[in-house]
Ligand binder design. Structure first.
Ligand SMILES: [Zn+2]
Length: 244
């Protein structure tokens, strides 16, 4: 079944027992360096819009379609390297422990929204965080409240819900109450034809174990059990349309 048909059935409540079939090439192989963001595929686009060639093309088509409907998409973040993610993680770890958190508490707080370096989907050049341009807001733009009915980006949220899958982009961290892991992120989209095979490789190669053994501040507070749960809840706690 085509995944679009599946999602239509799902929205009608009819697809509970149907397993989504991925249309892309699930036999593609990716290096561990690519999966961990240590090495990137060739990036297309500039500044906040840096994606793989195919994802970039699809994103531009989607952006143009949104523009035709009067919605201006603005990109906040796309490809992020391992080094970038490590910097983010360590900065937060230091800030939170300075505020009095124990190492464990700091890690739990970090992984509400940020990933453990080497496990971010942003490492893959397939995922992108978007907001609506020309909608001034104060402070942090990546907050779920801006995408709620009274929020500045609600129009964008509705457009994404209705149209993004036509361009093979899917929300990763949905507001499904049964989902664990990262909180609801109405801004984070993933280009499925590439990110699904990437996730398949990621799991097969057990990249998470490699990520966990890197030298990163705060990692001494991570236990193998916690990493196992992180894999289940954070890495796999995603929109099921994006599972291999
Ligand atoms: Zn994101």
């Amino acid at each position: 079944m085509h995944r679009r048909d599946y999602l239509k059935l799902q929205s009608l409540g009819l697809a509970a027992v149907v397993i989504p079939q991925f249309d892309g090439d699930l036999t593609r192989r990716f290096s561990v360096e690519r999966l961990m963001g240590i090495e990137s595929t060739k990036l297309f686009g500039q500044e906040n819009t840096q994606l793989s060639r195919r994802a970039y093309k699809a994103f531009n088509r989607m952006k143009m379609a949104a523009w035709n409907d009067g919605i201006l998409i603005k990109t906040v973040s796309s490809y992020r390297s391992y080094r970038d993610q490590k910097r983010i993680f360590e900065r937060k770890f230091n800030a939170f422990t300075k505020e009095g958190d124990t190492g464990q508490q700091a890690i739990e707080r970090i992984i509400e929204y940020s990933t453990i370096p080497g496990t971010s989907r942003h490492h893959w050049a397939t995922d992108i965080d978007i907001i609506q341009a020309a909608k001034p807001i104060e402070g942090d733009s990546l907050l779920a409240e801006h995408f709620a009915p009274q929020g500045a980006f609600f129009e964008l949220k509705e457009w994404v819900d209705a149209n993004a899958s036509d361009f093979d982009f899917y929300l990763v961290y949905t507001n499904n109450p049964n989902r664990k892991g990262f909180k609801y992120e109405p801004w984070h989209l993933s280009y499925a034809p590439e990110s699904v095979p990437l996730l398949k490789n990621y799991l097969k190669k057990e990249v998470i174990k490699l990520a966990y053994t890197q030298q990163v501040e705060g990692f001494s507070f991570l236990t193998p059990e916690r990493i196992e749960r992180y894999l289940d809840e954070h890495v796999l706690g995603i929109n099921e349309a994006l599972l291999p």
